[in-house]
Write a protein that binds this ligand. Structure first.
Ligand code: SF4
Length: 367
């Protein structure tokens, strides 16, 4: 019986969907509550993916809606409140209002273990909530723990504690090298990242046991649990594994990831959408706006309706969608994109080409 709530936010993107499948297949003993935040502005493919995933898991997701009593879609409700001021990467009221606040209301003050689908081939943290009662776990990475927890555990102030906890863990012949590393102070030339990497290389399971003992001395939600099956988890999952999980389970890949071929004067290119989230999300790249215009014209026109050029409310900072949809701009965007793609020829995944931007955004919308 879990003492903390175990939750997984399904964004509609590939990584959180794959994480749900992974936990279901590998750790069926975990009682995971799935939730999704509906902005009312997702792509149809996102809703289709959620349906297929629910069928696969045999469990309904809790749908969280901000301003649930409003007759309007939650995004529209808050846009009105903000006087038509469109969200942007510098003023991201949408994530706060539509995703984080409903999530925090949903969990209340319960101790919560929140599973996050950041992959082993990504270098980002992707917080879901800063609430003290929420502990994030990253099952796709060798280091399943949050950076914040590692900062505490590996700090020089905790060297004695870490050393004493070692006696509570049975790690046999590796005890001496573990101890040497654990008591080694962080200093210039030996930072937290290096120490963590070396400890994990000595033994992921042993390290996890040690962290679990440490958690028992804290008020983190996992301190309430008698055991935690992911302490045994040594797997690292990267992008190709995510696609593998989605296809082998039959849940499939969200249709907007499917590449579509286009022609230009300098050659052929392929485009698609790189992530989940609202169809008008300001995080999308120019080539994705062109994809939206050409493949989902009605959606593009809807996105355009939100813009107010006179007031300076546009989705992109340097041009409006009216400007972006001009034939010469579309041509330039496509050709520039093809030139970039030439440098990334070896990768079969569009996401690798769009990779720089994938690290932008937030865990609540895109994982
Ligand atoms: S997908 Fe984009 S527009 Fe929608 S809530 Fe997230 S950040 Fe905001």
């Amino acid at each position: 019986m879990n003492k903390a709530r175990h939750v997984l936010g399904i964004s509609g993107g590939k990584d959180s969907a794959a994480l749900a499948i992974y936990l279901f297949q590998k750790y069926p003993q975990l009682q995971v509550d799935y939730y999704t935040c509906d902005t009312g502005k997702e792509m149809d493919e996102t809703y289709e993916l959620l349906d297929r995933l629910e069928s696969y898991l045999g469990k309904k997701f809790t749908v969280l809606k901000a301003a649930e009593n409003s007759p309007e879609a939650s995004f529209d409700h808050f846009l009105k409140m903000y006087g038509g001021y469109l969200p942007s990467s510098n003023a991201r009221w949408c994530t706060k209002k539509l995703k984080l606040e409903p999530f925090e209301k949903y969990i209340g003050n319960d101790p919560v273990i929140s599973y996050v689908g950041i992959r082993a081939d990504e270098d980002r943290e992707g917080y879901i909530s800063h609430k003290q009662t929420v502990q994030s776990i990253f099952p796709f990475r060798k280091n399943i723990w949050s950076e914040e927890l590692m900062t505490k555990f590996l700090s020089n102030a905790n060297l004695d504690l870490a050393q004493s906890l070692l006696s509570e863990v049975s790690i046999g012949r590796k005890r001496a090298p573990f101890e040497r590393l654990l008591v080694k102070r962080l200093e210039s030339g030996f930072n937290q990242k290096a120490k963590l990497e070396q400890l994990l290389n000595l033994g992921v399971k042993d390290f996890n046991q040690l962290v679990f003992r440490f958690l028992k001395t804290t008020s983190y939600p996992l301190s309430l649990e008698e055991d935690f099956p992911l302490l045994e988890n040594e797997e690292e999952l990267i992008l190709k594994d995510i696609y593998g999980l989605l296809t082998s389970s039959g849940v499939g890949i969200p249709a907007y990831y499917n590449k579509v071929t286009f022609e230009t004067e300098i050659g052929q290119g392929q485009y698609a959408r790189s992530r989940s989230g609202c169809f008008f999300c300001f995080f999308q790249q120019k080539i994705e706006w062109v994809w939206l215009l050409e493949q989902h014209t009605q959606r593009f026109l809807k996105a355009m309706e939100y813009e107010d050029e006179k007031a300076g409310f546009t989705w992109n900072q340097n041009e409006s969608l009216r400007e972006l949809m001009q034939p010469e701009r579309i041509k330039a965007i496509k050709e520039e994109y093809i030139s970039r793609r030439t440098d990334n020829k070896q990768s079969p995944y569009l996401l690798d080409i769009l990779g720089d931007e994938e690290s932008e955004g937030c865990a609540a919308c895109f994982i």
